[in-house]
Write a protein that binds this ligand. Sequence first.
Ligand code: ARG
Length: 464
Amino acid sequence: DRYQLWGGCFEEEPSAVLQRLNDSLAVDARLFREDIEGSRAWAAEQYRSGHLSENDNNAIQEGLNKVEKDIEEEMIKSGRLSDPEEDIHSVVERRLFKYAGDAALRLHTARSRNDQSATDTRLWMLGNLPKMHATVKELITVLVNRASREINIIAPGYTHLQRAQPVRWSHFLLSHAWALYDDVNRLKEQKSRLSRCPLGSGAIAGCALSIDRERLATSLGFEDLTPNSMFAVSSRDHLVEFFNWASLCGLHLSRLAEDLIIYSSQEFGIVRFSDQFSTGSSLMPQKRNPDGLELIRGAAGLLLGDAFAFSCVIKGLPSTYNKDLQSDKELLFRSYDRLLDCLKVAVGTIATMEVNSERALSCLDPGMLATDLAHALVRRGVPFRRAHHFVGEALRRASTLSVDLKNLPYQEFHKICPEFGTKEELQSIFSWETSVEQYTSLGGTARAAVTHQLDTLKAWLGQP
Ligand code: ARG
């Protein structure tokens, strides 16, 4: 038989189809620890405030410990609970009755599933976001370690996917690390709003029994408490913030994935993924496909979809608790699991890939030094706009003569603009190393500027 938390005034059971739509146990069973933790704190606060006897409190505390152990075992064994109840709150209360008897019937005094479920979800997020945080940091660490080792590699840099300028490979890797660095900080910034305890808000109006909500919040490890009971049971802003955070992090992973997918194609051949992070084709024996990175790229779309889906659920809701809000957990767990797996796959893929520095060099062409040539003219006093134009003319001339910029005869340069300097000065421009080493200003691709980035990130990561 189903243990129902309500139904005194009902003559009939809800229809089977409504039960199926309404039941949330398949999803919220995952909150069993938080639900039990919340109940322990609630009973303890009732006891401290004189609303629950010591005996009843003890029975509840001991009973909850047993219930937790039982559920833990079942969840480990089968990954789900087969109880007939509608949600985790009903399951815990029914199971508690088995161990604590009538004391269990006092647990829900002055509490509602509205403040209970809101509390459980916040506790779950507080408990699980650190893992997300740590995994983003792990990805940053992998990028930083590679960047540290591979600072000598010079690679093509693209804008519009067209050859732009040579850059240090490390500079490219760190460009992704910095986006993730912002993600870590952004996630931290959300914590103060998340870490507010809604318990004691009841269904809507607050708690009719005198309790100390500050003491209660502190006992659950919250930094603060929700300041208004109607706000407390309405607000899912911390979830909206998380979904939007996850979407942005997903977009960063998508960009990283797409770059590496391109670099792994045979046409580029700059990176090669390990067996562990590649997949094959059922038909074409030669294939090594970057499925992991493609799934990451796709996941960014799914994360955006979930963020949008949840905002759509909230839009138009009246104040306080409405059952629409129940979908928050399904989306939360789905987005959380998806993003965490994507981060781990990114960590593994990048930690184990090979970088082919010769292929990276062979993707460069002298045309990518046209900007440097213009800067050389600027150093000799030519206004930049004019210098840009002169180099453009040289490129056009080279194209007419079917040579690259490096092999355009010296006289041709000289004809366009005498400020191109001597033949030797001109030739000295055509070095990848010289090119990247000009960019010494902070944030640039010269060794010193990249090392500065590495030092900053390593200090932040707590690396020596
Ligand atoms: N399963 C519900 C949820 O997660 C719990 C709150 C139910 N409250 C209610 N009044 N029906 O949102």
